[in-house]
Design a protein around this ligand. Structure first.
Ligand code: GDP
Ligand code: MG
Length: 440
């Protein structure tokens, strides 16, 4: 079992100050075994272990942090990075209906995903239409029709006699005339990858020029997921994947391979048969699942403890020297973004207030808005916000490059200085009191 594997890996590290290739070799072997047990494919495990070893070796162990915790943090961060780092949103068409084409083997959950996605998008305020382009079994059309009814979304079908590409094309036309925001095309799968399925998918793709081509993958596929995804990607070109049946006893290893092998992100995960059991894919949570395997807490808490200490120390230094800048600002807003996803978990605990998806979206939108301006700043501007405060020219440039206006940039700069002032005031108030013992 993974947890005991990691537990023993950690024990071996006790009492060291610096992580070296030598002293992490044995824990890394255990982590390697753990990943293989989680059904991650061998080539992915190999390159992962290599890059983590590279990253971890030479790292000083932070004061007050155990070396094994430091290693955990590196492993965790790398896993998150490997799976794309951030949530990868759906792309919507600039004009006309957004077309989402679903592909995948038989029984992986395509038809279910159609309805789940429609349900999800409907909650976002988008109008949807499902298109029944699986013509090989009349039951498939019935299934989609029933699910469509269940989520209150129209289903376009033409029976089993018309070619899938033609149905998709006609469906798109209908969606255009009704000004539907999103159409989701359900296609037929086979038990195995075969030529007929691929050429049919290509034909449908040509007919409707989809905004998103999402490959639906059953999480139970495990190691096979890697080659499956790369085959589909090469043959038809996908924009992302949806990992289903994560509620089962699958070990999640498929998630790790998908991005690495295809370069395409996982956009959603399915966690059950109900319509609400579809959620965006969070690389950090998946990392925790893969590593935690039923004992998430001990592992993740350890890693988070390290992050908190690192940040707290650095931030304290910054505040004391009045240098809180846009890089720190980004760090803080990212911490808040993480809390956003965290609040969803809180919402599941009885008695706690549920944060609505709308509230989270709003907060995330605000963060993105600010980040887009910070992203176009030069490194010096991020480091020394004074530059922006002093130069209108710079503010205008940032506004232009980020597609915002000058006032919005000024507001952001003002906000940073407000935060800086607030922090210094807080530090002032704390002076005279005992400073916390950072040695731990
Ligand atoms: P398709 O052949 O790819 O269209 O697959 P279906 O959508 O018909 O799904 C096949 C079976 O898997 C159905 O019984 C679904 O209810 C079930 N299913 C789909 N997604 C999930 C999931 O996330 N979790 C679980 N437990 N079952 C799922
Ligand atoms: Mg189906």
């Amino acid at each position: 079992q993974l947890t005991t594997g990691l537990e023993s890996a950690w024990n071996k590290l006790r009492g060291t100050d610096v992580l070296t290739k030598e002293n992490i070799a044995e824990p890394m072997r255990d982590i390697r075994r753990a990943l293989l047990e989680a059904d991650v494919s061998l080539p992915v495990v190999r390159s992962f272990i290599e890059s983590v070893t590279e990253k971890a070796a030479g790292t000083d162990v932070i004061r007050g942090v155990k070396p094994e915790q430091q290693l955990v943090k590196v492993v965790n961060d790398e896993l998150v990075q490997l799976m794309g780092g951030e949530v990868s949103d759906l792309v919507f068409a600039k004009t006309g209906p957004t077309v989402i084409l679903l592909a995948g083997l038989q029984g992986v959950g395509k038809t279910t995903v159609c309805a789940k996605l429609a349900y999800y998008l409907k909650k976002m305020g988008k109008s949807c239409m499902l298109i029944a382009a699986d013509v090989y079994r009349p039951a498939a059309i019935d299934q989609l029709t029933i699910l469509g009814k269940q989520v209150g979304v129209p289903v376009y079908s033409e029976g089993t006699e018309v070619k899938p590409s033609q149905i998709a094309k006609n469906g798109l036309k209908e969606a255009k005339s009704k000004k539907t925001d999103v159409i989701i095309v359900d296609t037929a799968g086979r038990l195995q990858v075969d030529k007929a399925m691929m050429s049919e998918l290509k034909e449908v793709k040509r007919a409707v020029n989809p905004t998103e081509v999402l490959l639906v993958v059953d999480a139970m596929t495990g190691q096979e997921a890697a080659s499956l995804v790369s085959t589909f990607n090469v043959e038809i070109g996908i924009t992302g994947a949806i990992l289903t049946k994560l509620d089962g006893d699958s070990r999640g290893g498929a998630a790790l391979s998908i991005k690495e092998v295809s370069g395409k992100p996982i956009k959603f995960v399915g966690r059950g048969e109900r319509m609400e059991d579809l959620e965006p894919f969070y690389p950090d949570r998946m990392a925790q699942r893969i590593l935690g395997m039923g004992d998430v807490l001990s592992f993740v808490e350890k890693a988070q403890e390290v992050m908190r200490q690192e940040d707290a120390e650095e931030l304290q230094k910054k505040i004391l020297s009045a240098k809180f800048n846009f890089n720190d600002f980004l760090k803080q807003t990212q911490a808040i973004a993480q809390m956003g996803s965290f609040s969803r978990i809180i919402g599941m605990i009885p008695g706690m207030n549920k944060v609505t998806p709308a509230q989270i979206r709003e907060a995330e939108k605000n963060l993105k808005f600010m980040e887009s301006m910070i992203n176009v700043m030069t490194p010096e501007e991020r480091e020394r916000p004074e530059l922006l405060a002093e130069s209108r020219e710079r503010r205008i440039r940032v506004a232009k490059e980020s597609g915002k206006n000058e006032r919005q940039v000024s507001q952001l700069v003002a906000q940073l200085f407000r935060m800086r002032a607030q922090m210094q005031k807080m530090m002032g108030a704390m002076q005279g009191q005992d400073t916390p013992d950072m040695e731990g």
